[in-house]
Design a protein. Sequence first.
Length: 152
Amino acid sequence: MKVRKTRRKAEHGIDRLVRNVETGRFERSLSGLTAAGSLVTAAEIYFEHDKASFGNPWMWAPVVLGPVGAIAGVAGVFSRRAAKTLLPIAAATIVANGLQGTYLHARGVGQKPGGWRNLRYNIEMGPPLLAPLLVTVVGGMGLLAAILRREK
């Protein structure tokens, strides 16, 4: 009797990504990406806020939250418990701070000479209006990682 070997079709692109989400492999990867993203954005924010001499004490919040997100993300890579407790708390705090930063940056644009009537100039010369939303995306990745199923 001849035994027939069945070959599994090679998965590429989106099919592989969907399979990784289904099997729980993506949760650890997204935790690691949250850690890396937190450090990179915190460093960039530090340099940008340093240019403004940290004129508002709230400018320190995203700089401090960067390492917190990185620690929570790394912990989420190695520990299921940290991925389901520490990571979502840190990520939700980062999201809230990103939304707060968007408000503060919008307020800063409005306080420039001419306010919102001089929008084009004030967006170019004022605080970057959409930059805090990038921090929100990093926090969102952490929240998504916490929600996803973890591989056994």
